[in-house]
Write a protein that binds this ligand. Structure first.
Ligand SMILES: Nc1ncnc2c1ncn2[C@@H]1O[C@H](COP(=O)(O)OP(=O)(O)OP(=O)(O)O)[C@@H](O)[C@H]1O
Length: 283
């Protein structure tokens, strides 16, 4: 297996506060990996360690084949892109001039500016000053900034928090396209729909500890009771366990034409998170 990120026994202590405790996971090359957790669970701390902005107290962290002692190198920085709360733009410059500056900073060809503006659907605003953009538009320019140098790996810290569904969907489409082109994406979120839609695998972080790690589909299957939820035309709602002895009851309902709808229960990631951690994902 080709891993883009390998984390083993990672701990992070701030004074008396242990923010991350014995966290171990890998992110495979080409996947969209989601780190899910409520506020204060350690998502940003994890991203900061993985991008070299902070250092782990203990444990091994390897990103793109480099150990954490090399995260300050220009080689490392040229291969990763970051979109976080700390990402900033020059408010008084236009969209185009901002991206031109970041191109120069990363030694990327200037022609990339127009390519990336098209990708994030901001061509029409290329001459608009940043201070005149809406929040969603600014976020799309920040995403363009994170991607302008064509990084192999992108870190996104809650990229769509505070965006309306339309703007969030636009960011999601951009990320899916980027991923299809081969970029590995590490995303933190407390938005379960976002995680279900985008991520190949998700990890649950709670109080700095990882509590589950799998694909959204596998987690939903694991935490499903597999019972049948039946709604009849007479308005009855039945929950029938998926056991051989109940086959007759279901057969009879079908034969009598009584079934209006039949589903197996399929918990959402938010419900699973609550079950595993006892906490709501959105806090
Ligand atoms: N520089 C710091 N000094 C002291 N404590 C910190 C520091 N940075 C983070 N923490 C603590 O570490 C824990 C994890 O914080 P972190 O910012 O990683 O959480 P998060 O999951 O990203 O939360 P949010 O969703 O609110 O951004 C919190 O208890 C926080 O108070």
């Amino acid at each position: 297996m080709d891993n883009t990120i390998e984390v083993k026994g990672m701990r992070k202590v701030f004074g008396r506060k242990t923010a991350i405790e014995q966290v171990t996971f890998n992110v495979e090359k080409g996947e969209i990996f989601g780190l899910l957790g409520p506020s204060g669970s350690g998502k940003t701390t994890t991203i900061k360690i993985l991008t070299g902005e902070s250092t782990q107290t203990d444990g091994d962290v390897n990103v793109l084949g480099m150990d954490s002692t090399r995260f300050g190198s220009s080689d490392f920085k040229s291969k990763i892109g970051i979109l976080s709360d700390n990402s900033a733009l020059y408010e008084r410059l236009t969209v185009h001039d901002n991206l031109k500056l970041f191109c120069k900073l990363y030694n990327a060809p200037l022609k990339e500016v127009d390519v990336i503006l098209k990708e994030v659907n901001m061509e029409d605003e290329r001459t608009t000053t940043i201070s005149k953009l809406s929040k969603g538009m600014k976020q799309r320019v920040l995403l363009a900034k994170a991607l302008i140098h064509k990084p192999k790996l992108v870190f996104l810290d809650e990229p769509t928090s505070a965006l309306d569904p339309g703007n969030a969907a636009q960011i999601h489409r951009g990320l899916q396209k980027l991923n299809e082109a081969g970029t590995t994406i590490f995303i933190t979120t407390h938005n379960m729909e976002e995680a279900t839609e985008l991520c190949d695998r998700v990890a649950f972080l709670n109080n700095g500890r990882l509590q589950e790690l799998d694909s959204p589909g596998a987690l939903r299957y694991k935490y499903s009771t597999h019972a049948f939820h039946v709604e009849t035309f007479s308005g009855k709602r039945l929950v029938i366990d998926n056991e051989p002895e109940n086959a007759g009851q279901i057969k009879e309902l079908i034969e009598n034409g009584e079934i209006k709808a039949i589903n197996t229960d399929n918990p959402t990631l938010g419900q699973i998170f609550l079950k595993v951690t006892g906490k709501e994902l959105v806090s």
